[in-house]
Design a binder for this molecule. Structure first.
Ligand code: PYL
Length: 274
């Protein structure tokens, strides 16, 4: 997983509306709609109060990261705030201020979790599934194979999601061992033993951290690429030709919210408090 830096997140809050309009032109849906579909939400859920708690562990705070997460959640008309304090003190503040859900990220893990009921959503899995749903909505022919590059947690989540939707997948990773252990037993996932010819695929999913390796030679006007990988794996010139769905944080965060909220809602119904 690439650790984001300030320049990756600094303009997110200012560009969210325009970006979501662009995203809708690309996929036919707004990010919230895609995230709800990825989370398997078919009914209106209660709005939960969300606290974003900065974490100073490891390499510490990324300037603008928590504020961007909060802005993304508010863009979906959710009730979110960033705690003034960090780490455990921030968790204490979040609960004192009535947060139902907390978002927090250290260098290894970014999660959303319930404060009153056991519920958790993880960024890599949610990003993988959110972008897979975005690709699915953009595919004119869902019987065509999708090429997934990168068997990281994001790529594995995407492969499992698409296979569950009966979409055939070719999967490739430069690390043969990582590829071998990915999505074991999934019938609809074919693992490639050599580097694929990109031009052969209309639908591509870039879950790598390679950056700028898909060029204008590899794509056509029909090509659709879901690209959660950071840095973006597709060159500017290729982005002018193909449909490239890419954002550093937005879709993963929104999908995390709905995945966590669905767990909370179902548990609350079980407990008779909804
Ligand atoms: C969640 C992002 C998506 C891609 N890489 C992940 C990353 O950069 N993780 C590190 C996040 C650190 C946040 C820092 C803060 O500002 O609270 N601890």
């Amino acid at each position: 997983m690439t650790r984001l830096v300030e320049k990756d997140v600094k303009d997110i809050d200012k560009t969210l509306k325009d970006y979501d309009d662009f995203f809708k032109r690309q996929t036919g849906c707004y990010m919230c709609e895609i995230a709800c579909r990825a989370a398997g939400i078919t009914e209106i859920l209660p709005g939960y109060k969300i606290a974003v708690v900065p974490s100073t562990t490891g390499e510490g705070i990324i300037s603008g990261f928590s504020e961007s997460v909060c802005a993304i959640l508010k863009h979906c008309t959710l009730d979110a705030f960033v705690t003034s304090r960090c780490d455990v003190d921030g968790i204490y503040e979040a609960i004192q201020k009535g947060a139902d859900m907390i978002f927090s990220a250290d260098d290894d893990r970014f999660i959303a979790f319930g404060t009153a009921v056991r519920a958790v959503a993880e960024n890599g899995i949610c990003t993988g599934e959110g972008f897979a749903e975005a690709l699915l909505c953009s595919m004119r022919d869902q019987s065509r194979k999708v090429l997934i590059l990168g068997a990281s947690s994001v790529g594995r989540a995407a492969a499992g999601y698409l296979a569950e939707k009966k979409v055939p997948v070719d999967m490739y990773d430069t690390n043969a061992d990582v590829l071998k252990n990915a999505c074991a037993g999934e019938r609809l996932i074919e693992k490639l033993s050599s580097s694929p010819v990109l031009k052969k695929y209309t639908y591509i999913y870039d879950a790598t951290t390679s950056g700028d390796f898909i060029t204008e030679k590899d794509v056509s006007a029909e090509t659709v690429i879901a690209a959660p990988g950071m840095p973006r794996g597709i060159t500017e010139k290729a982005c002018e030709i193909a449909t490239v769905i890419h954002n550093p944080l937005e879709l993963g965060v929104i999908t995390m919210y709905y995945v966590c909220a669905k767990q909370m809602y179902l548990k609350e119904r079980e407990m008779g408090i909804r």
